[in-house]
Ligand binder design. Structure first.
Ligand SMILES: [Zn+2]
Length: 493
């Protein structure tokens, strides 16, 4: 069966999540092919599988459904407040004052930001008076040149530590490149691309400056194009008055240390930057970055909730209108719950692998769509809290004496009777609708026989199924990227 799977082009491979033998398409294929001559068998299998090519997992369907949110549109948030969604990966907002406008987060690229400007100009032709950067991730501020003219006295506001994130992440830049690409899904085949859960990156391979959530160090435009802040503040809260609009800029470390939120006390609108989007927050980015303090994040969410906002504009995804205070209260409760339970469990000597169950969200929070792990992962957050507060050691004495992966695989092979048996068991797992088990077993074989193309093919095919049924978009992208790599190594001459 693995041979047959290997013959089928990737885009024809089954995409359905496998819940039971009965509803497993590959199982029925297996049954039908059992006693048929090989040629007929292959043809039949390809036909059956091709029919199933459009069956998608619940995870895929929900992510595709979510993508409808990112169709380009301008949303009126409140009187004189508008947010552009889907023009760029970020949400870009305009506040209309007496004789000018204020832009919150101009976005990722001047060329795309200029389309936002055009759309805003259909609402008002008042000139730009100020630009506010919520933080220094490139997808939020690189678009500034589309709104900025140097001789117009435009104020550009940010916190005084603006850019600190880039310096913190510089060390991880190298490894971040490949891992970023994998989590964002840049190298996936067109039919595998589904976005990152809080935005759809452009279809073609983008420059780094188009990455979602990050790229402050590598994605900045050429120096000459980059618009630096002209005004900064270091206090907790700075009240400014621009074009007759009262604006509070409030320090709010969370996703980045240089984050701020924008509060309009009269319109009761809060612009959260990346401390809020409709998803579980990306407390730990898979690409590997300097740590994001969930403790700061919890405080900053509470601070926004305490303002008593009516409308909430996140850094990505559509604005939440009319019930912002309730949403922020729930978001705060959820983050605090996960943090407190993780620490509580750690004090009981639970390991991270156990804590992901122990500190999971309770049902009344888990059911909220804006807390679902489209982008950030609850489990990843729990592991990261543990790592931030307790470090790498999980309390298991054996982990003080861990053997190399190769040695562990050798032990496994010795136990079952050799690498060939591991391979047989891996194929068996695949037949029994256990692609994760199959991938784990095949990985042992690959470690022991790095040139074994059958093992790579099997692991690649197994991970394709695992990835396609994974709901968290970055994890899904990473898993399918790994699958693609293995399959291409398996198919290399
Ligand atoms: Zn962002």
């Amino acid at each position: 069966m693995q041979l047959i799977l290997g013959l089928i082009p990737n885009n024809l491979q089954p995409k359905s999540p496998i819940h039971s033998l009965e509803d497993n398409p590959m199982h029925s294929v297996n049954q039908k092919i059992k006693d048929l001559p090989k040629l007929v068998l292959v043809a039949l299998s390809i036909g059956l599988v091709a029919q199933l090519a459009h069956a998608q997992s619940d995870a895929t369907q929900r992510l595709l459904e979510r993508n409808k949110m990112f169709e380009p549109k301008i949303i009126k948030v409140a009187d004189n407040v508008y947010t552009a969604i889907g023009y760029q990966v970020t949400a870009n907002s305009m506040i209309v004052g007496k004789d000018g406008i204020i832009i919150v987060d101009p976005g990722q690229m001047p060329i795309m930001a200029s389309r936002v400007r055009k759309a805003f100009e259909e609402i008002t032709d008042k000139p730009v008076k100020a630009i506010i950067y919520t933080h220094s991730h490139g997808d939020h501020y690189n678009g500034a040149p589309a709104f900025y003219e140097s001789d117009k006295g435009i104020q550009v506001w940010a916190r005084s530590n603006f850019g600190s994130e880039g310096a913190r992440n510089a060390l991880t830049g190298l490894i971040g490149g490949v891992r970023s690409s994998n989590t964002q899904g840049f190298d996936l085949k067109p039919e595998q691309k589904i976005g990152v859960g809080v935005a759809i990156p452009p279809a073609r391979r983008p420059t780094n400056s188009m990455m979602v959530d990050g790229s402050s160090q590598s994605g900045t435009p050429r120096r000459a194009q980059r618009i630096e802040p002209t005004h900064t503040f270091s206090e907790d809260r700075k009240r400014i008055e621009i074009s007759g609009v009262t604006i509070d800029l409030v320090s709010a470390p969370g996703e980045t240390a240089d984050q701020l939120y924008v509060w309009l006390p009269n319109q009761k609108v809060v612009f959260a930057g990346d401390n809020f989007y409709q998803s579980w927050p990306n407390v730990y980015p898979l690409r590997g970055t300097a740590r994001r303090s969930i403790r700061d994040w919890i405080v900053s969410i509470d601070k926004m909730a305490q303002e008593g906002p009516k409308h909430l504009v996140g850094g990505h995804t559509t604005p939440m209108l009319n019930n912002a205070s309730e949403i922020l209260a729930n978001y705060h409760e959820a983050l605090k719950h996960v943090y407190d339970k993780t620490i509580e469990g750690a004090k009981k000597y639970l390991t991270p692998d156990e804590l992901v169950e122990y500190a999971a969200l309770p049902p009344h929070l888990a059911k909220l769509d804006y807390l679902a792990p489209y982008y950030g992962s609850v489990k990843g957050t729990i592991r990261d809290i543990y790592a931030q507060d307790l470090g790498w050691f999980d309390g298991d004495a054996l982990n003080l004496h861990r053997e190399s992966p190769l040695k562990q695989s050798q032990r496994m092979a010795d136990l079952v009777g050799g690498a060939n048996v591991l391979m047989t068991k891996a194929k068996e797992a695949m037949r029994k609708d256990d692609p994760l088990g199959a991938a784990q077993l095949a990985q042992h074989v690959i470690r022991l026989r790095p040139e074994d193309k059958n093992a790579k093919r099997l692991m690649g095919e197994a991970l394709a199924i695992v990835g396609e049924s994974t709901f968290n978009a970055p994890m899904r992208n990473y898993t399918i990227s790994t699958s693609n790599r293995l399959l291409s190594e398996a198919n290399a001459k």
